[in-house]
Every structure is written in structure tokens, then in C-alpha cells.
Design a binder for this molecule. Structure first.
Ligand code: NAP
Ligand code: G4F
Length: 323
């Protein structure tokens, strides 16, 4: 019989790639979506006929229990969250409700309805924040620097706690930044590839950015959803860092994207002080040797290749849509 998976956050970047990945492995895929007056199915429109959507919200435990009862999943992937760091300063309580307490609600629902399911929690390198050691591993102490990072620390520890308290098969994947052609336009990688494409096509003349010195360990999202699945296939539940091990500045990211369209970025980019964060995560670089050793995971797409794909996709989108 086909395995069944329930994905919260299926309309997001990672949810859409994970759904494709699981369908390709013969899974029956269920996705939880929240009601909206306009639909947010752009990233899953190509697979919508092959998945089952169930309505639910991380704020509403009853709807989570119903989604689990209706899907009877072997695996639950909790990818839903308020995931944009700047919004977490503007809406700190809502971020905590979604990104922190929402994990408790989902774990409680799973414990009540399907305690033998395997659970994946989307934890984040933002938990390392003001880093206490470099590179960061599963044992590096957390020092989050935003309400989002603080909420993710709660989500991580409540996952570990439910594993230890109730013996649930619950894993926390500590994923470093991962990007793609499906990344939201507000995140820096996509903002830059979209900006480079628009400037190249004459649709914009300037691009405003914040801190160009920040460093991130950027990987390719389809590689990272494979790591989520591998965690739930292992015989014992555990926590894993998923990263490339290479860090770059935002400035390098901008240079690679603009070079791809044959432009000198310094002529087009402005630094807007309004985009500087109240507290910054200066530099992240992960050590994924445990995931490599135990899960056999490794990244397959280089930073340059990823940025190239993203720029090409943005150019194609604007060209397709006409002037
Ligand atoms: P994303 O594109 O922002 O997607 C977030 C998803 O969560 C969307 O499907 C959104 O639904 C859903 N959602 C938000 N609030 C919800 C609520 N109250 N109830 C139900 N669903 C809700 O994020 P992503 O980049 O795919 O990331 C997936 C997960 O990994 C997130 O938890 C993120 O924090 C975490 N993470 C991401 C990265 C990264 O670099 N991408 C790294 C580490 C960890 P709508 O479409 O309705 O808004
Ligand atoms: O792309 P970002 O907004 O990603 P950030 O804050 O690192 O968070 C992402 O990765 C986390 C994993 O570490 C996830 F958990 C989280 O959900 C999200 O997916 O910003 C990256 C860096 C920051 O240092 C920011 O200050 O880019 C810098 N930056 C410079 N100019 C900018 C901009 N970021 C954005 N979004 N927009 C700018 O104009």
C-alpha cells in the first residue's frame, strides 16, 4: 500500500518541492491549506490533481486533528510557519503563535490522533543567530536574534521534548537558507534575481537592498527537501543540520546574479537604511557532516548554478508575460 504523507505549508517553496518529491516516490500526498479570499496555489498548480488538500490552520488545533484524522498519514511534515524574519518584528505575537506554539498544537494533535506517525519539524539556522561557534553543528548552542528565531528555538525544543517525553518519532531538521525559482520575492536571493532580470529587461532602473555584508550558507531547495524525507526514513529519530558548508556575502550574491545578465551591479544597487534589521545574524555556515554520514545526504547544485537558474526563470517569466 502507498505511504501517506501530510504536509503543512504545502503552498510554500519547500512544501511544493516536497510534494513533488513524495509523489515521485509513490506516496499519497495530503496538503494542509488555510482559507484565503484569493488562492495561493501557484506553486502547486501543476500537481493539484494528484494531491488532496485539507483545510486547516496552525492557530486551530481542532483543524489540525481533523486533517490528521482524514489523511491517516505515515509521515507528517510541519513546514508551515510565518517564515519571513522582518515580519517577525512587526508581528511578534502572531509569529510566536504560528511558528512556536503551532508546533505544540500539531504535536498534540498527532499524539491524540496518530501517535505512530513520523514527524518532521522545519527548524532553522536562524536559531544560531549570534553564532557561538563556527561552523554550526547539531551541538552548537542557540542564540536567536529575531522573534522568528526565538519561535523556531521553541519549535525545535518542543519537538525534541515530545520525542523524549512520549517516544514519538519526531525529527528536527536544522536547515540553512535554501532558495529556488519558487522562493518568495521578499527573500534576498529572489529579490536580487528578480531585480537583475527586471533591470536587464528595462523594467526597473534601481534595486534597494539592506545589509550587503551579511553572510549566509545558501543551498538549493529541492536538495533540502530530500534531506527532510531521509530523516524520516532512518531507523531512529534525530536532529540534523542541513547545509552546504560554504558561506557568501549578500554582496557576492548580487555580483553573481548581475554578472549572469552581463551587468555591473554597482551601477544599480542602493543601500536603503530602512531595510537594515534591528538585530542581524551576521554570518552562518553549517557543518552537515552528520547528515552526510548517517543519511547519505549531500547537496547537488552549486551556488552559482542555483543563482543562474533563478535569474533565467525570472527573465523567462517577464518575457512570457510581455511588457
Ligand atoms: P514559505 O514559502 O514562506 O511557506 C510557508 C508556508 O506556511 C505557506 O504554505 C503558508 O501558507 C503556510 N502557513 C503560514 N502560516 C500558516 C498558518 N497559520 N497555518 C497554516 N499554514 C500556514 O516557507 P519555506 O521557505 O517553504 O519554508 C518552509 C519551512 O521551513 C518554514 O517553516 C520555514 O520557517 C522553514 N525554514 C525555511 C528555510 C529556507 O531557507 N527556506 C530555512 C530553514 C527553515 P500560505 O500560502 O497560505 O501563506
Ligand atoms: O533572504 P533573507 O530574508 O533570509 P533570512 O533572514 O536569512 O531567513 C531565511 O533563512 C532562514 C534560515 O536561516 C529561514 F529560517 C527563514 O525562514 C528564511 O527563509 O535575508 C538574508 C540576509 C539577511 O542578513 C538580510 O539582512 O540578507 C540580508 N538582506 C540584505 N538586503 C536582505 C536584504 N534581506 C531581505 N529579505 N531583503 C533585502 O533587501
Amino acid at each position: 500500500m502507498a505511504k501517506r504523507a501530510l504536509i503543512t505549508g504545502i503552498t510554500g517553496q519547500d512544501g511544493s518541492y516536497l510534494a513533488e518529491f513524495l509523489l515521485n516516490r509513490g506516496y499519497e500526498v495530503f496538503g494542509m491549506t488555510r482559507r484565503s479570499s484569493t488562492n495561493s496555489f501557484d506553486r502547486i498548480s501543476h500537481i493539484i490533481d494528484r494531491i488532496t488538500l485539507l483545510s486547516g490552520d496552525l492557530l486551530d488545533e481542532h483543524s489540525l486533528a481533523t486533517a490528521i484524522r482524514e489523511s491517516q498519514p505515515d509521515e507528517i511534515y510541519n513546514l508551515a510557519a510565518q517564515s519571513f524574519v522582518p515580519t517577525s518584528w512587526a508581528q511578534p505575537v502572531l509569529t510566536a503563535e504560528f511558528t512556536a506554539v503551532g508546533v505544540s498544537r500539531l504535536l498534540e494533535a498527532m499524539r491524540a490522533v496518530k501517535p505512530d506517525a513520523r514527524f518532521y519539524q522545519a527548524s532553522s539556522s536562524e536559531m544560531f543567530g549570534k553564532v557561538q561557534e563556527t561552523p554550526q553543528t547539531e551541538r552548537t548552542p542557540f542564540y536567536p536574534r529575531s522573534p522568528y528565531g526565538v519561535s523556531k528555538v521553541f519549535g525545535h525544543w518542543i519537538t525534541v521534548n515530545y520525542r523524549e517525553s512520549y517516544g514519538l518519532f519526531a525529527c528536527s531538521g536544522i536547515l540553512f537558507n535554501h532558495e529556488s525559482e519558487r522562493r518568495g520575492l521578499e527573500f534576498v536571493s529572489r529579490k536580487v534575481t528578480d531585480g537583475a532580470a527586471r533591470i536587464k529587461l528595462g523594467r526597473a532602473t534601481r534595486l534597494a537592498l539592506g545589509n550587503l555584508d551579511a553572510q549566509r550558507d545558501w543551498g538549493y531547495a529541492p536538495d533540502y527537501v530530500r534531506a527532510m524525507w531521509l530523516m524520516l526514513q532512518h531507523e531512529t529519530p534525530d536532529d540534523y543540520v542541513v547545509a552546504t558548508g560554504v558561506t557568501r556575502t549578500v554582496r557576492e550574491l548580487v555580483a553573481v546574479a548581475f554578472e549572469h545578465v552581463g551587468l555591473n551591479w554597482e551601477k544599480y544597487v542602493d543601500v536603503d537604511p530602512k531595510l537594515i534589521r534591528p538585530a542581524e545574524v551576521d554570518v552562518l555556515v553549517g557543518d552537515a557532516s552528520k547528515a552526510r554520514r548517517v543519511l547519505g545526504w549531500q547537496p547537488t547544485v552549486s551556488f552559482e548554478a542555483m543563482i543562474g537558474k533563478m535569474v533565467e526563470a525570472d527573465l523567462a517569466r517577464y518575457t512570457r508575460n510581455g511588457p
